[in-house]
Design a protein around this ligand. Sequence first.
Ligand SMILES: N[C@@H](CCC(=O)N[C@@H](CS)C(=O)NCC(=O)O)C(=O)O
Length: 323
Amino acid sequence: MTDIILHHYEISPYSEKVRLGLGLKGLAWGSVEIPVIMPKPDLTALTGGYRKTPVLQIGADIYCDSQLIMRELERRHPTPSFYPAGHGAADALAWWAEKTMFSPAVSILFAKRPDALPEGFLEDRAKFSGRNIDPAAMMATLPNLLDQLRAHFDWLDQTLADGRSFLQGPAAGLADLAAYHPVWFLQRNFGSAAAPPNFRSAAPPPNFRSAAAPLDGFPRLLTWAERIAAIGHGRRSQMSAQQALDVARDATSIARATVDPRDPIGRKPGQTVTVTPDDTGRDPVVGELVASDAHEVVIRRSDREIGEVCVHFPRAGFVVAPA
Ligand SMILES: N[C@@H](CCC(=O)N[C@@H](CS)C(=O)NCC(=O)O)C(=O)O
């Protein structure tokens, strides 16, 4: 059995970024399909309440958020690197791409295809995002969603104007995988050969030969997307949620107590803290601080069924507070 377990579902754009990351590194991984709406009892037994998709598990270490998942994959499997042109700019590009393009891309689906969404989906996402989701009202904002995406897609397209294969040069990296996911999502749901939105089954990469607005004006971007899709997903094997819980129960975390000498407010291992996303799905996870640095915070928690696990979160985009 492989060590790497991804908890995800097929139509999730952030999961597609990680699946491609596993493909880029040529890794074998166990695939646990999670529910698309709450409740997600098997997932939250591992995370302590964090509900977002995807989550990576390696033994009794649980990595929340694709930002940290990619960082951990890079740490454990440095070659080929997600950073062919160095760190910093690639991370910032990924942050920009996700923060600006994910929301308009999924809003287009909510507005145009509410009929294709599973029962209870819009109510779940209203709770998740803390805002009312009304497809009719979203339909009225469609022109603006398309305008916004077109502006961001144009920046990507301009970046490729000198004939480079990928955003930062000849090799694919984190920036490409992060910026690709809205393109993949739109093509998968609205491209020329799009099937109805499918939350469950793995689908081949969408067809990038022709596209609907706002992607239709960017042939370079479509060729770039084709190159990224060709990376594939590595070697995936199905796993049940129960198998993943058993793995966690039988493993011991690799996290070690580490003081962060430059923690801005002097947090120390042993303190009880909550860690909460600062945007959507703001479910606090409580645990004992084990380690932290500028980009990661690790807490230890105990679950009745699986015993002790360490849950890892990014720092950017998360609030760490005393419990
Ligand atoms: N910053 C997070 C964002 C994750 C995210 O918002 N994922 C969406 C699906 S692509 C989600 O969690 N939706 C609600 C859910 O799956 O319960 C990451 O990079 O992993």
